[in-house]
Design a protein around this ligand. Sequence first.
Ligand code: PLP
Length: 400
Amino acid sequence: TVHIASRLATLPQPATIAMAARARELRAEGADVISLALGQPDFPSPPEAIEAAYHSAQAGDTGYPPIPGQKALIEAIIRKFRRDNAIEATSDRIMVANGGKQVIFNAFMATLEIGDEVIVPAPYWVSYPLIARMLGGVPVEISCAEEDRFRPRAEVIKAAITPKTRWIVLNFPNNPTGAILEKEDLEAIAGVLREAPHVLVMCDEIYEHLTFDGRRHLSLLSVAPDLADRILIVNGVAKAYAMTGWRVGFACGPKTLISAMVAVQGNVTSGVCTLAQAGSVAALDGDFSRIEVMRQTYETRRNRVVAVLRAIAGVTCEMPEGAFYAYPGIASLIGGVSGGGRVLTDDVAFAEALLDEAHVATVPGSAFGYSPYLRLSCAASDAQLDEACERISRFVEKIR
Ligand code: PLP
């Protein structure tokens, strides 16, 4: 048998993978499964990105790219930070990676010693603690309560900081809750960070353009420019431009960190696909109204979904302020028995029963470190969302 490294053996299997596998099985058996499990925009990539990728290939731009990213893309990213975030970046503070995910990997690989702590406010996107653990880090979870609209309190962050803290991760707009940090939240957090000069901050802003009710995303770096030598911004074209498969993410951070991350990437994947980089330049410089159309669509869907969920007895639902998920609470349904006779011991059992009995795939809150909740992705058509909510409603009615 093959020896698998212990750093992998101790990694938990994310519930997302189990749910997706079960949904596929049911579909193969002929069931009409609606999947609200994936964080994948249901829009086409911008045509100008596709054109640009095609033209770059035709023009012979098919050799190895520089590891930090192609000049044209780095320049487009600098323009993007100026335009969207009021941040002035120089090229030595920018790098391009294979998705936002590789930015996170590069950063943790470049900085974590075995046993270093990474503060992760829960609910969190699964990959932060998993990547940290894979690289010898120790995730330290802090809770963001529903009563606080799922925002971390500065004093809770402060209490979690130890001499071993290497990073804190701030992902706002948040996956899975859609929470956004306001200026006062950022100022309070910046105050805590000023007293903890050994802590780096990872700001994952990949959902920055998907904000609702007139809210705007604010970057910690623009609120606290004095922390520039400790803030790493993670971003990418996946969510705002519906370009998940292009695998283009980017980072803005302190020079020494960026060069260490470039060194990591140079030994793992090298530079990002040239065609995808050319397409990303066109997307970033392209027609901003495309983002606005998607943003409005997600906002309308959010309104429908949250209204239906709130009407279900036993379900609570905070209004997401951004991103494209709903995160309903199911605390008062836990311990019940489903129509199919299953005991709903926790949100995993609930999500499994919902999938098997009502054929709706969701992700249980435990995957995001915060239970008992479900994450529903609104990256689906109105018809699918309506039908899914109807099924959830009938499923809940049968719980005894
Ligand atoms: N950050 C967050 C919060 C995400 O939800 C995701 C994707 O689900 C990513 C980063 C990764 O994005 P990419 O596809 O660019 O790797």
